[in-house]
Design a protein around this ligand. Structure first.
Ligand code: NAI
Ligand code: MG
Length: 354
C-alpha cells in the first residue's frame, strides 16, 4: 500500500531532523516492499513568511487535505514573533484538520538519561493524551482599553461537550485496549466552570467503562507526582494547556527534548494527521549537524502505528533504543559526538538488524 506524506520540514533544525525520519521511513519500505511512501516537500514556515508574508500558501490547507499524513519538523525563527508562526501554521493545521488528539508517549527507554533518583526506570511508561482543538488555546478573548490605565485582557477557555467527550472517550478506549489505568488531570477547585465540567464528563463517560480503573488529579499535584512517583501514571488525559505543560515535564523525566515525540491525530481520518517532534527549531544549534534526530524518528514510529503497522512502529522504537544502549552514535545533547545524519544511519542499521 502507498501512503502520501506531506513533508513540512520548517525552520532551524527542522529540515535536519526530518530528513533522518524520512530516511527511516524509506528503510521500512525497503525492508517491507508492500509498504510504500510518496513524499512531497513543502517550503512553509518562517523563512517562507519572511519572503511572502504568509506562513503557508493560500491554498495550502486544500493541498494538504489530499495527503494521508503530515510530517512536520519545527517552526520558529528569530525575528518572527512566535505567536505568528504558531497560529499561522501549526495551530492552523491542528485546528483546520480537527486533530483533536495530541498523543505524547512518556516512556523512558533503556540508555536514556533520567534526572529522577529512586524511581523504577521501567515504570516511567505512560501515554499522555492532550486535548488539541479547544480549551485554553481556543483563541477566544478580548483586549480592552489598550494602553490605558484601565486596560484589561480576557483569555477565555472554551470547553464544549463534544470536544471534551471525544478526547475523554478516546482515552478510555485506549486504556481499555491496553488494559491500563486512566488518569484525568484537571483543576476544578480553581477553574470553577471549565474544569468542573471536565471532571463531570470524565465521570459520566467512565460509567461506560467499568473495567477501566480511573484516577483524577489536580494539575499541581500531578506535576509533583510526575517527579516523585511517575509510576502512578499509565494513560493520562488532560486539557490543552495542562497537556502542553505536563508533557514538557514528561519529556524531562524521559530523556529530554531530543527524544520527545508527539502525534496530532484526527482519529476519524476525515483529514490527515500530523506527526512531529515536540521540540522547536533550536536556532542555537541549527545548521551545525548537532540536532538529535531521535524525537523526529520516534514520531515516525507513531506514524507507522497510526497507519496500522504497529509491528514496524515497534521495530523503529526498538532500533532507537538499541542505538541509545550502544552509545556509539549519539548527538552532543546525549553525551555523544556524532552528527545528526550519523545517528539516523545508526537507527537504519539497527532496524535492518532487528
Ligand atoms: P527548542 O525546543 O527549539 O530548544 C530548546 C533547547 O533544546 C535549545 O537549547 C535547543 O538547542 C535544545 N534542543 C531542542 N531540540 C533539540 C534536538 N533535537 N537536539 C538537540 N538539542 C535540542 O525551544 P525554544 O528555544 O524555546 O524555541 C525555539 C523556537 O522554536 C521558537 O521560535 C519557538 O517558538 C519554536 N518552537 C516551535 C515548536 C514547534 O514547531 N512545534 C515547539 C517549540 C518551540
Ligand atoms: Mg509545548
Amino acid at each position: 500500500k502507498s501512503h502520501k506524506i506531506a513533508v513540512i520540514a520548517g525552520d532551524g533544525i527542522g529540515p535536519e531532523v526530518i530528513s533522518e525520519g524520512v530516511k527511516v521511513l524509506k528503510a521500512v519500505s525497503k525492508l517491507n516492499p508492500e509498504i510504500n511512501f510518496e513524499f512531497t516537500d513543502f517550503p512553509w514556515g518562517c523563512e517562507y513568511y519572511v519572503k511572502t508574508g504568509k506562513m503557508i500558501a493560500d491554498d495550502g490547507m486544500e493541498t494538504l487535505k489530499k495527503f494521508d499524513a503530515i510530517y512536520l519538523g519545527a517552526v520558529g525563527y528569530p525575528g518572527v514573533p512566535d505567536h505568528i508562526s504558531l497560529w499561522g501554521l501549526l495551530l492552523k493545521i491542528r485546528k483546520g484538520f480537527d486533530q483533536y488528539i495530541n498523543l505524547r508517549p512518556v516512556k523512558l527507554l533503556n540508555g536514556a538519561e533520567c534526572p529522577l533518583k529512586n524511581v523504577d526506570r521501567s515504570q516511567i511508561d505512560m501515554v499522555v493524551i492532550r486535548e488539541n482543538s479547544e480549551g485554553e488555546y481556543a483563541g477566544a478573548g478580548d483586549w480592552l482599553f489598550k494602553g490605558k490605565p484601565e486596560e484589561v485582557v480576557l483569555q477565555t477557555g472554551v470547553f464544549s461537550r463534544k470536544g471534551c467527550e471525544r478526547v475523554i472517550r478516546y482515552a478510555y478506549e485506549l486504556a481499555r485496549k491496553e488494559g491500563k489505568t486512566l488518569t484525568s488531570i484537571s483543576k476544578a477547585n480553581a477553574l470553577n466552570y471549565s474544569m468542573v465540567f471536565w471532571d463531570e464528563v470524565f465521570e459520566e463517560i467512565g460509567k461506560e467503562y467499568p473495567d477501566v480503573k480511573t484516577y483524577s488529579y489536580l494539575v499541581d499535584a500531578a506535576c509533583m507526582f510526575f517527579v516523585k512517583q511517575p509510576e502512578r501514571f499509565q494513560i493520562v488525559v488532560t486539557s490543552n494547556l495542562f497537556g502542553d505543560i505536563v508533557t514538557d515535564l514528561g519529556a524531562a523525566i524521559a530523556g529530554g527534548l531530543g527524544l520527545a515525540a508527539g502525534a496530532n491525530l484526527n482519529p476519524e481520518r476525515t483529514f490527515p494527521s500530523m506527526f512531529e517532534p515536540v521540540h522547536g527549531s533550536a536556532p542555537d544549534i541549527a545548521g551545525q549537524g548537532k540536532a538529535n534526530p531521535l524525537a523526529a524518528i520516534w514520531s515516525v514510529s507513531q506514524m507507522l502505528d497510526f497507519f496500522g503497522y504497529e509491528n514496524w512502529g515497534k521495530a523503529v522504537l526498538d532500533a532507537i533504543e538499541k542505538v541509545m544502549v550502544e552509545k556509539k552514535f549519539l548527538t552532543p545533547d546525549m553525551g555523544g559526538t556524532s552528527k545528526t545524519n550519523e545517528v539516523g544511519d545508526a537507527v537504519v542499521k539497527a532496524l535492518e538488524e532487528i
